[in-house]
Design a protein around this ligand. Sequence first.
Ligand code: NAD
Ligand code: UD1
Length: 337
Amino acid sequence: MRVCLTGGAGYIGSHILVGLLEDGHDVLVVDNFANSSPKSLDQVRIITRSSFEVLDQDICNSGVLSEALSSFRPDIVIHCAGLKAVGESQEQPLRYYRTNVEGSISLLEAMDQAGCQRIIFSSSATVYGTPRYLPYDEAHPVAPVNVYGRTKAMIEDIITDWAATDPGRSAALLRYFNPVGAHESGEIGEDPKGIPNNLVPYIADVATGMRTELSIFGNDYDTRDGTGVRDYIHITDLADGHIAAMAFLEGNQGVETFNLGAGEGSSVLEVVKAFSRASNQSISYVIKPRRDGDVSESVANSSKANDVLAWKADRTLEAMCADVWRWRSRYPRGFDG
Ligand code: NAD
Ligand code: UD1
């Protein structure tokens, strides 16, 4: 198939790109490298020994996007481009609404111009907000508690309304839980700019000696050891979920929402221990107050994706940590160092 992958140079996009190329698809990556390095694409070329097209453009640039899609004529778009930092989204809401919401509208318009009727969208478990029950299933109310989450919920609605206007259209809205890990080759992985917001990249910085200690945000939650519990999913399993969704959309019309998670939670302390074992490094930590906006637990019910997409996230937390360690041992400062 001909696939347009927005955000293909990013953490998740680059792993999806590997999967698409390994399956023999023709790919056009659209990315303005706002939060990624073109070197990630070079590494993908090395891993897969395949080539693909790249458009270095902002997705909000609708004229250029329309021209590019009309010329490439994708069968499907996988839409990963966007901004994703919760704290930053609260400080710069308009930038987040413009990039995420306006960028998605611009993309759908370009798809219309190019006659492309299928889209897979990178949504987030963040859309659920405070859990009313756990594990979250897709019927759980959508009530995001931050700007980033609201952009994701809005885009889900926009895609749903777009798809409703033509019975030939189809969309998969994929709500990711906590993607971690790296490609097993150690050649691509997560490369956050500045101080990492997320747990595993921060732990990796401590393990490589770049930072002295991890701050654990709260040990007084109502969980088995008091620290926050999350559903960590290996990045390669997440990428495979997109390949499964592509196959599903080939034979189905309309819009479907899927949780992509492992269906199992791990606490912060469990992740610290698993990483320590995988890296053979001790991870110093200090207990700090809870982080604003954090929930005690977030775990997916992924049975819809398991049944309908015939997909399951089965790589272990140990594998996630071992793969991050391989990537960070080879590239301690990421793609640029
Ligand atoms: P990332 O920042 O590594 O990748 C996003 C990519 O989009 C980057 O390469 C960036 O340069 C590109 N981009 C940003 N703005 C753009 C623009 N205006 N035009 C063109 N390209 C642009 O993030 P990621 O972790 O790979 O996330 C990918 C998608 O998945 C995002 O939409 C994110 O919101 C969503 N998501 C991520 C997580 C996570 O934990 N990483 C969880 C849930 C959902
Ligand atoms: C965060 C975002 C979420 C986003 C996801 C992936 C918030 C409130 N939520 O989710 O919207 O989709 O990242 O980008 O920001 N922790 C520490 N010390 C750290 C970092 C994290 O103890 O230095 C703890 C957190 O309190 C949490 C767990 O580790 O219990 C996981 O945190 P993180 O990796 O940031 O993911 P989420 O908070 O689940």
